[in-house]
Design a protein around this ligand. Sequence first.
Ligand code: SF4
Length: 370
Amino acid sequence: MSISASQQIISRVGGVSRSVEGRRGQPVVGQTPARPPTSREVRAARRASATISFMEAIVAKPRGFCAGVERAIKVVELALEKFGAPVYVRKEIVHNTHVVARLRAAGAVFVNDLDEVPIGAITVLSAHGSPPAVYSRAAARDLQVIDATCPLVTKVHAEVKRYVKRGYRIIFIGHAGHDEVEGTMGQAPECTTLVETTADVARLQLASDQPGVILTQTTLSQDDTAGIVQALQSRFPWLELPPSDDICYATQNRQNAVKQMLAERDIDLLLVVGSQNSSNSKRLTEVAIARGIDSHLIDGPEQIDPAWIQSRRRIGVTSGASAPEDVVQSVLSYLRGRGAGAIDEIPAPDENVVFGLPPFARLTRGGEPL
Ligand code: SF4
């Protein structure tokens, strides 16, 4: 039975619903007066109400692809179009299983090490950025490199180089083993110290006669980072901050959208669409969990455990910066199929951030940009 049919039955069994009641409870002229329900109707209504779900899905905005991810995907697509398959890509171009699988199907070959790439082949470097050693290795193998590093990651690389040139030690807040951290710390490994937690700060030893600056991975939790920065500055008051925040606009906007959803919509579960190795997606689940709300990171609807959504009233849905929108829509379809009667998107302005393509990719066909 559809939700609307069930709701009609409940109205009828209630006897006096708003739709048939006139002023002061008088029946509306021309309509059947209310009568007590028969026991058969009561039983039918009870059965129907047991299957009705009043679950709602609330969708965050902004969500999904950021400008850096859009650009990186476009770079691989254009490389395939211009040079033909295979196009080699060092590391996952962005951290999303769907994106990687779709590009692989189109002819991209993903490698972890440039030694796996044939000499002279077209090679794309991922959005997360690469250490200088990778560019040297590419040159040694005569690879034709197309750099899809996000400009906001390149900005942090430039900061590292600028501060190191001025004699600073870099205190870098990030997650060990993440591709971006490898790329940024690789800019000046001997001058950079990684901290992941406030416990790391407590163990840290720094010489007070050397200037220092705190830089961060672009996809961190604003809340966690603020706590680590505070701990660093309270132990080492001479540490400076860069002129502008390193946590990128997309990370901030998606976290703020989740905070807004938690504050205004009283959700009792947050589903984040994104892959397990996506840092910014994981941070979105943490925003909810830190506020006492259950949250799960899922690659798609097939990963939803039906027990998670049982008895939920309002389920929030969002997606990380590398998750395609069609996967979000498939999650919403899944929820609709399990009783989500309303899907509501929190209104927010569009981000309207676009990064230009690397020079090779500024191709035209018939005079029109591709
Ligand atoms: S999440 Fe931020 S830093 Fe990472 S690719 Fe997107 S815009 Fe660039």
